[in-house]
Design a protein around this ligand. Structure first.
Ligand SMILES: Cc1cc2nc3c(=O)[nH]c(=O)nc-3n(C[C@H](O)[C@H](O)[C@H](O)COP(=O)(O)OP(=O)(O)OC[C@H]3O[C@@H](n4cnc5c(N)ncnc54)[C@H](O)[C@@H]3O)c2cc1C
Ligand code: FES
Length: 346
């Protein structure tokens, strides 16, 4: 007899050469299922523009939200590579991935309420969200926020550190992207009391073990995960020398200066903080550095000894990475978190 209670279809994905299998519910992307299961699948933009989440389709059928060819080279596509963030399995699949999939903390869905949303500077809001239950995460990770009237999730890094165990209040630094659906809404009025969905935790940007001096480079709201990671490093003793370079356009785009000063005062090793403004009016009262933040990298003493943590706009990170490598920093000592969005090309 025909049943109206038919179970929604789940496809099983096997990862070639490993015992790993992934259950993908109908309508979910392969990446959503992998991250939801806590698998550390490399990814950045989640919108099909960066190419980071590529996998090889060995067998089975997928549908694609946008063609993989928009982000992958022709040769990769002909070789069977596709984008996990755009792939919807249409059958059971076998896939291959280029790097081993480490098993991390599985992401879950939470209900949240905005409890505070003050302006931290001209274009950044400090968003505080109260969850329906506690959440554990590692500093440097991020959450996906969704409101029902805007299609798709928006990713935001935690600007706090859950060092004593799971927390129920989360803090974010959210920059206004003019023309962006979520931030136009958020900045449009006082949104305190609004309910939203929070999926977390995601991401592999994290503090590495060791005592190497840290060179942190943040652009705009890219300070969020850097502050979180520095809180963790302070809790671990604050004994690693830190050089924090922070780029903003003008004085009214600077924020979190008190928080950085508080970290600096409690640090037990040298802590240098250098903000630089790229677009400050000539002749203003700004006495600090001017120009692109990346122009300060060459001036960091003993650069090759540093471990680098980069976060912010993709263009800034690309430039910083190139300069660090040219300056003798080992590629393995560079961690980067690119704030990609729907407007970011490859
Ligand atoms: C892992 C991660 C962590 C992040 N953490 C932070 C953080 O802590 N703080 C922070 O401020 N930001 C962070 N970001 C960036 C943030 O997610 C984006 O800025 C956010 O998605 C903007 O949302 P929006 O709805 O306002 O803009 P969107 O509506 O997503 O639009 C963004 C831009 O793309 C354009 N656009 C929209 N649709 C298209 C299209 N189809 N084609 C071309 N252009 C289009 C828009 O005009 C706009 O300029 C992070 C991003 C990632 C990937
Ligand atoms: S994460 Fe899939 S293309 Fe960027």
């Amino acid at each position: 007899m025909f049943s109206f209670l038919r179970k929604s279809k789940v496809n099983t994905v096997s990862v070639e050469g490993t015992p790993t299998t992934i259950e993908v519910a109908a309508g979910k992307t392969l990446l959503e299922a992998m991250l939801g299961q806590g698998l550390a699948m490399p990814h950045d933009c989640k919108v099909g523009s960066c190419g980071t989440c590529k996998f090889k389709l060995v067998s089975g059928k997928i549908g694609e939200l946008s063609p993989s060819a928009l982000a992958l080279e022709g040769e990769e596509v002909r070789g069977g590579y596709r984008l996990a963030c755009q792939a919807i399995p249409r059958s059971d699949l076998t896939i291959a991935v280029d790097t081993p999939l480490m098993q991390g903390r599985a992401a879950e869905d939470y209900r949240g309420t905005i409890v505070a949303a003050p302006r931290l500077c001209k274009d950044i809001i400090g968003l505080t969200i109260e969850l329906d239950r506690p959440l554990a995460f590692t500093p440097g990770q991020y959450a996906d926020l969704t409101v029902p009237w805007i299609e798709g999730a928006r990713s935001y890094s935690f600007a706090c550190a859950a060092l004593g165990g799971p927390v129920q209040q989360l803090h974010f630094h959210i920059r206004h992207v003019p023309g962006g659906a979520f931030t136009d809404w958020l900045f449009g009025a006082d949104r305190t009391g609004t309910e939203l969905m929070v999926a977390a935790p995601f991401g592999q940007f994290a503090l590495k073990d060791g005592q190497a001096p840290m060179l942190c480079i943040a652009g705009g709201s890219g300070l969020a995960p850097i502050v979180s990671i520095l809180q963790q490093a302070l809790a671990a003793g604050g004994t690693r020398p830190v050089h924090l370079l922070y780029g903003a356009r003008r004085q009214d785009n600077l924020y979190a200066l008190d928080e950085i000063e508080s970290l600096r005062k409690r640090w037990h090793a040298p802590f240098t903080f250098t903000p630089a403004l790229s677009d400050e009016a000539a002749g203003s009262d700004w006495e600090g550095a001017r120009g692109l933040i990346t122009e300060l990298i060459d001036g960091v003493a003993d650069l090759p000894a540093h471990e680098a943590y980069l976060c912010g706009p993709p263009a800034m990170i690309d430039l910083a990475e190139a300069q660090l490598l040219a300056g003798g920093v080992d590629r393995a000592a560079i961690s980067a978190d690119r704030f990609l969005d729907r407007g970011s090309g490859r």
